[in-house]
Design a protein around this ligand. Structure first.
Ligand code: A2P
Length: 283
């Protein structure tokens, strides 16, 4: 079935479930995962300059039988390219690596350095029709508000860490009220917090004859949150897409809401995060 879409604040339709390729480093494997994901039904691929796999993603898209215009391709600007001129240059580099002539979504990856210069360039790329939408990643409401107040084009999307242990209801409400779509990274808890083994999620999974990953992805969808699960395993790539033929009851949605611990992996306001991310450079 076709992936349900969200209508962005500029009218563009964006698939609510996509395929994330962070940490799929081996180029051949990444290319194959993209081919597999598109064959499984995904129509959104999310990469970033800093992932170092844009070329592999581009080859996967080119190899797939799905026409380019049916695929929603997103990539992100890395910190060392912040600023007006360097953002325009970095966009061209990403597009070339992807082998595409336009992008569907271009995001500022981190809320540091010359964000204003970058957003001015993003507005230009959008106005020139080089990308169908522009947005942010890891921007908390205060940083988003600063852009909303001072620029003409509002971000269409904010991509943030979000999963059942870190639900951010206040951030979701803020973005909803400003017509900015929230797209979750690490929607499965990055396999790191043991969330997929949570007994309460496992109980719900048993009831619906689904895996805990499918329950979590369905929960995101029913909550109106877009998500980009990553997997480099062919079976799990297929499994994660198959969440359209069941629906969680209100009481099960409420049970999952009760799992929130209010704590994620990365606090973008913490000085050590700012130092760590500023220290990462494109290869
Ligand atoms: P793998 O790539 O071996 O499938 P997130 O999307 O939250 O970043 O989570 C990605 C992590 O979750 C990866 O370690 C991935 O491992 C694992 N993962 C993805 N899908 C599933 C699944 N359906 N069941 C169990 N683990 C999964």
């Amino acid at each position: 079935m076709e992936t349900p879409t969200a209508t962005l604040n500029n009218g563009v339709q964006m698939p609510m479930l996509g395929f994330g390729v962070w940490k799929i480093d081996d180029p051949q494997w990444c290319e194959q995962c993209v081919v597999d994901a598109l064959a499984a039904g995904y129509r959104l691929i999310d990469t970033a300059a800093i992932y170092g796999n844009e070329e592999a993603v581009g080859r996967g898209i080119a190899r797939s039988e799905v026409p380019r215009e049916e695929i929603f391709v997103a990539t992100k600007l890395w910190l060392q390219d912040a600023g007006y001129d360097s953002t325009l240059r970095a966009f061209d580099v990403s597009l070339k690596k992807l082998g595409l002539d336009y992008l569907d979504l271009y995001l500022i990856h981190q809320p540091y350095r010359d964000v204003w210069g970058s957003w001015s360039a993003m507005q230009k790329l959008y106005a020139d029709g080089r990308t169908r939408a522009i947005g942010l990643s890891n921007f908390y409401p205060d940083r988003v508000e600063d852009l909303l107040l001072n620029f003409e084009v509002p971000p269409a999307v904010d991509q943030l860490e979000l999963h059942p242990y870190f639900q951010r209801p206040d951030v979701l409400a803020y973005l909803n009220s400003n017509k900015i779509a929230l797209q979750a990274w690490g929607p499965l808890g990055q396999g790191r917090v043991g969330m997929l083994k949570d007994d309460r999620l496992a109980g719900i999974a048993l009831k619906y004859h689904r895996t805990t990953a499918q329950i979590v992805l369905r929960w995101h969808y029913q909550r109106g949150v877009l998500s980009i699960p990553k997997s480099s395993n062919p079976q799990r790539i297929i499994q994660n897409y198959n969440i359209w033929d069941f629906s969680l009851s209100d009481s099960d949605m409420a049970k999952i809401a009760a799992l929130d611990r209010g704590e994620g992996k990365t606090d973008h306001r913490a000085p050590e995060t700012v130092r760590r991310l500023n220290g990462m450079t494109l290869g």
